[in-house]
Structures are given as structure tokens and as C-alpha cells.
Design a protein around this ligand. Structure first.
Ligand code: KG4
Ligand code: ZN
Length: 337
């Protein structure tokens, strides 16, 4: 079956056609129109500007996705749209567009949790993947572990108590002068620095909890930068990037190992924008190899926000008969309320 995915939760307008059935998981098109350049001058996403840019792009992006896939609307079996969590104005654009398209063309509609979408990206990258597994979502807004016993059921078993890892990367990236969003640039810069040059606290909370706190390392890094400025000393930004990345990556890997042990899962699925981080990918690979766990990481193009992952999640919701109708509303919150 063909599923049309629509994603507009933050600063990417995306539409995709995926073909899913037993033995087939194929991306026929995945158009992502990024607004990063528009928001860069503000150093972060401006919600009102994001909503307007989604409105301008959504219709043409959707028809482009259908055209590139070589699939007409009449061939689409379901429309899957991100309904939560995210920026409410941005989400409403995708939700209302999807509802109209579904209603006018009598196509079943499926509402998708953006986080479930990130995890579903792994089904597209790994044709053999099936539950049970442990999912680790590391994105701009989330850092959490989920038990996945079936495709449509994700149960959070640990996560950040404050900022998300992506948010933490972006914040320090901005302070040391990297363009928004700082995550990808910090990833590269970290190779040029010495991780031992600066001592920073670990975001992994002590004990056998699976929780993190990224606010401490963020504050410690800001304090370091401020004290260097007060002393008139030059900061080696590559050292900052290396030390900061090292501590964050080690904390995530440490808790991932613990989460695998505690949950009894044998497979780890990595998802979310920060899953593109090369240091994190390498460190998780090393840990999983050493401990005998299977690791599934979506290719980098499927880590950030995109509609193919939403369509993939939509397939499993469709198979379970979980449909939405024209009363569907968007929600900014994690639980969709
Ligand atoms: O999943 P995503 O596209 O959006 C959310 O749902 O939040 O994640 C975006 C986040 C941003 O914070 C961005 O800086 C981060 O992913 N990111 C990275 C890398 N590429 C993107 N963080 C670290 N290293 C990267 N290579
Ligand atoms: Zn996302």
C-alpha cells in the first residue's frame, strides 16, 4: 500500500510517499523543504514565521512528492500526518491540509506522534527490524528511552528531566559562534579539539535511573566561557566542542547500556536529529558490538524531521485500524492533549 506522509511540526515542511506491505518498505519520494535559512538570523525557530512558511510550501511540496513517486492521489491508501508534539501553529498547517486532502479525496487519515515517527524511520533503513526493541530518541526537543513491544506502542522508561540533547548542542553552538542549528557544526568542530582540555559535569544522573539532566553541563560550559571572557583569555572553541560532545555522548551511551540491561532488550534503535551525530553513532556502535547488542541507526537523511518516517509510522497505525477523522486537532504537548 501507498501512504502519503505530511510533516510540519517545526521548521521543515515535508511530504513523502512510502510503499509498505509485507516484505516491502520503500521510500518512493521524500521532499523536505527546510526553513533553517529563514530562522538562522534569529538564532532559533520563530514560530509565527514557521507557520507562514509551512502554509506557503505545503501544497506544492505534497504534489511534488506525489509526482516524484509517480503515484496519483487516487492510489494513496492512507494519509499520515504529524499531529503532536511540536509548535502548535506549525502543526495546524499540516493537520488541516491533511484533513482537507483526506476528506476531499475520501482517503483514510492517520494521526501520528512525531516521536513515534522518528522511531519508525528505522523500519525504512532496516528492512528486517521488528519489535521488541529499545528505542533511544535524541532530538531537538526530546531525549528519551522507549520500550517498543509492538510498532504502535512506545512506553517511555527514562529520559531528560530538563533540556534535550539537541537543544543543549544548539545552545552552546550559538554561544561559541556557530550558525543555527549548532548541532551539526559542533559535531565537526569537536574533531579538532581536545576533550580533556576542559572538565565538565556528566548529564547522566547518578545511580540506576535512566534519566538525564542537560542543564548542568550547559550552565558549567556557559560559566567557563564567561570566566574566560572576564579574564580576557582566548577560548579554544574546538576544545569546548570536543569536551562538551564527549561528556554528552558518554552519558547517552552509559544510559543506553543500562536501559538495554534493565529492559532485557537485545536491539537498540537510535532516532531523532541528534542520531546524525557521528561521535554518538561511533560510540554506540562500539558499545553494542562489545556487549553483543544489535544496533539499528537510520541513515542520516532520515534522522532529522521528514515525512517518510511519518508515513512509515502511519502504515503500522493503519494496519491496527487506528484512524483519525475531521475532528482531529493538533497539540503542542507530548501526550497529544
Ligand atoms: O529531530 P530533529 O530534526 O527535530 C526535532 O524533532 O527536535 O532534531 C533537530 C536537532 C537540532 O537540535 C540539531 O542541532 C540536531 O538535531 N542535530 C545534531 C546533528 N545534526 C542535527 N546534533 C548533533 N550532531 C549532529 N550531527
Ligand atoms: Zn523531530
Amino acid at each position: 500500500m501507498y501512504i502519503l506522509g505530511i510533516e510540519s511540526s517545526c521548521d521543515e515542511t515535508s511530504a513523502s510517499v512510502v510503499e509498505m506491505r509485507d516484505g516491502v518498505r520503500a521510500i518512493r519520494s521524500n521532499i523536505v523543504a527546510s526553513q533553517i535559512e529563514v530562522h538562522r538570523i534569529y538564532g532559533g525557530v520563530v514560530p509565527e514565521i514557521a507557520s507562514r512558511a509551512h502554509i506557503e510550501a505545503i501544497s506544492s511540496i505534497t504534489y511534488q512528492a506525489l509526482e516524484e513517486a509517480g503515484v496519483s492521489l487516487s492510489q494513496i491508501d492512507a494519509i499520515a500526518v504529524t499531529a503532536f508534539p511540536g509548535l502548535i501553529g506549525a502543526l495546524l498547517v499540516g493537520v488541516n491540509f491533511a484533513k482537507s486532502l483526506a476528506y476531499a479525496n475520501k482517503i483514510p487519515l492517520v494521526a501520528i506522534n512525531h516521536i513515534h515517527g522518528h522511531v519508525a524511520a528505522a523500519y525504512l533503513s532496516n528492512p528486517e527490524l521488528k519489535p521488541p526493541y529499545l528505542a533511544l530518541v535524541v532530538s531537538g526537543g526530546h531525549t528519551a528511552f522507549y520500550r517498543v513491544d509492538e510498532e504502535t506502542s512506545l512506553v517511555e522508561i527514562g529520559g531528560t528531566r530538563d533540556d534535550a540533547a539537541g537543544e543543549a548542542f544548539d545552545k552552546i553552538g550559538r554561544v561559541i559562534g556557530l550558525p543555527y542549528p549548532g548541532g551539526a557544526a559542533l559535531d565537526k568542530l569537536a574533531y579538532e579539539g581536545d576533550a580533556k582540555a576542559i572538565t565538565l559535569p556528566s548529564p547522566a544522573l547518578a545511580g540506576d535511573t535512566l534519566d538525564f539532566s542537560f542543564s548542568g553541563i550547559k550552565t558549567a560550559t556557559l560559566n567557563y566561557l564567561n570566566s574566560m571572557a572576564q579574564k580576557g583569555e582566548t577560548v579554544n572553541t574546538a576544545d569546548v566542542a570536543a569536551a562538551y560532545t564527549d561528556k554528552i555522548v558518554k552519558a547517552i551511551v552509559q544510559k543506553a547500556e543500562l536501559a538495554l540491561e534493565q529492559s532485557g532488550m537485545k536491539t537498540l534503535v537510535l532516532a531523532g536529529g541528534v542520531a546524525a551525530n557521528s561521535h554518538l553513532r561511533a560510540a554506540l556502535e562500539t558499545m553494542c558490538k562489545k556487549q553483543g547488542f544489535c544496533l539499528c541507526m537510520p541513515e542520516r537523511s532520515l534522522c532529522g524531521d521528514n515525512a517518510a518516517m511519518i508515513a512509515a509510522a502511519g502504515y503500522y497505525a493503519y494496519k491496527k485500524g487506528i484512524f483519525a477523522d475531521t475532528s482531529l486537532n493538533a497539540s503542542a504537548s507530548d501526550d497529544g492533549l
